[in-house]
Design a protein around this ligand. Structure first.
Ligand code: SF4
Length: 380
């Protein structure tokens, strides 16, 4: 069995990665008709001591209990802006809860209702692999020229690595500004862990060519690259991707254009380069929501992002045609790990005075990860 299948099954543990473990304690049955009332009652009992964050890709049954919804960065900021709430319940995935722990006060406890809610993209870059990559760059004599940039969707360990090596964190909305910052400090960038966001930003927004980019494959000797290839590259892309956004293909775009004349294709920059090129618009989750909210009645949209969000947008705008970009529907399986039984279990445990599934980042890791996050927050 591969480590990825462990992630999906939610069993086993790997302390060096995003992968979680089974839930301790008694989970309520999914068929319990009182789950909604139980969640409401536990929330009411906790009152101002609780703040529930809900990522846009969460299920409807969970998102209805969120005090605020947003993308990973907005939610981390929201958590940091609530120092009076001792309990932050993060309905999202593991790396997001880590970022919330890094940005909140030491007294605040961040809870992830299901520890198996990891992120397959974040899992594609482990600390040991990134250290090994850096050694390869050192041996090639280029490490001093390289500024590491990591996407928000990475573990705290990777953010800390980047912070320690003078690099920066970015989100899908500020990736261009982060790359400008990095290229002002070095002639090369190592972009972690999402090759697509890195390539799309470098080529479509920074004017680099595809030939300026190389792919470092962590499972191959020296990343599968020669010293000359590394020396010639301006952008070293880590071979990682999002298993949801990576599914959309050029065929999905051609197919939807044939099915819905005049459709606007709107995709996330985690999609493959050819898909982004073929789309009409590209932007972060928050951008996608804004575009659909502002679109005129009667317009048609094919949206290339996670299905829970696309379904909600379609429900919210019955006057517009909103479809999922691919014919095969696909939820983020790890986001979907957070369901109502897990939420009820974590809220009732907190109401009973027991903190379950707390996510903590050790002080040294948090210190360097915060350095990389602070550089992002200071971007113009
Ligand atoms: S949608 Fe992709 S990047 Fe986001 S949590 Fe799921 S696997 Fe990770």
């Amino acid at each position: 069995m591969t480590t990825s299948s462990l992630l999906i099954l939610g069993r086993g543990s790997d302390p060096a990665s995003e992968r979680g473990v089974s839930c301790p304690g008694e989970l309520p049955a999914a068929s319990d008709p009182d789950l909604v009332d139980r969640a409401r009652a536990a929330k009411a009992a906790l009152g101002d001591r609780l703040f529930v964050l809900g990522h846009h890709y969460q299920r409807d049954e969970v998102i209805q209990f969120a005090d605020v919804t947003g993308d990973s960065f907005k939610l981390a900021q929201e958590a940091a802006a609530r120092p009076q709430a001792p309990y932050i319940v993060f309905c999202g995935v593991h790396f997001m809860a880590e970022s919330a722990d890094i940005l909140t006060t030491p007294e605040q406890r961040v809870v992830l209702p299901d520890l198996a809610a990891g992120c397959s993209m974040a899992d594609m870059a482990t600390y040991d692999q990134v250290e090994e990559c850096w050694e390869v760059l050192e041996e090639a004599g280029i490490a001093d020229d390289v500024v590491p940039v990591t996407y928000m969707n990475s573990s705290a360990d990777i953010k800390a690595f980047v912070g320690r090596h003078g690099g920066i964190v970015c989100t899908s909305s500020n990736a261009k500004r982060a790359l400008e910052w990095a290229y002002a400090r070095g002639s090369k960038v190592l972009f972690l862990p999402d090759q697509h966001l890195g390539r799309n930003t470098a080529v479509l927004e920074m004017g680099l060519s595809l030939d300026d980019c190389v792919i470092y494959s962590p499972n191959r000797r020296d990343g599968g690259l020669t010293t000359d290839e590394l020396r010639d590259a301006t952008m070293i892309l880590w071979r990682g991707h999002c298993s949801v956004h990576g599914r959309f293909s050029l065929d999905s775009v051609d197919d939807v254009r044939a099915r819905i004349p005049g459709v606007n294709v709107l995709v996330h920059p985690e999609c493959r380069h050819e898909v982004v090129r073929a789309a009409d618009q590209v932007g972060s989750t928050e951008y996608i929501i804004r575009m659909i909210d502002q679109a005129p009645a009667g317009s048609a949209w094919a949206v290339g992002t996670e299905l829970n969000l696309v379904k909600r947008l379609a429900d919210r705008h019955p006057d517009k045609t909103i479809v999922y970009l691919d014919k095969t529907v696909c939820f983020c399986s790890t986001m979907n790990r957070i369901d109502l039984p897990h939420l009820v279990w974590s809220l009732e445990s907190l109401a009973a005075g027991e903190v379950v599934n707390q996510i903590t980042v050790d002080e040294e890791t948090a210190h360097y990860a915060r350095a990389a996050l602070d550089r992002m927050l200071a971007l113009p």
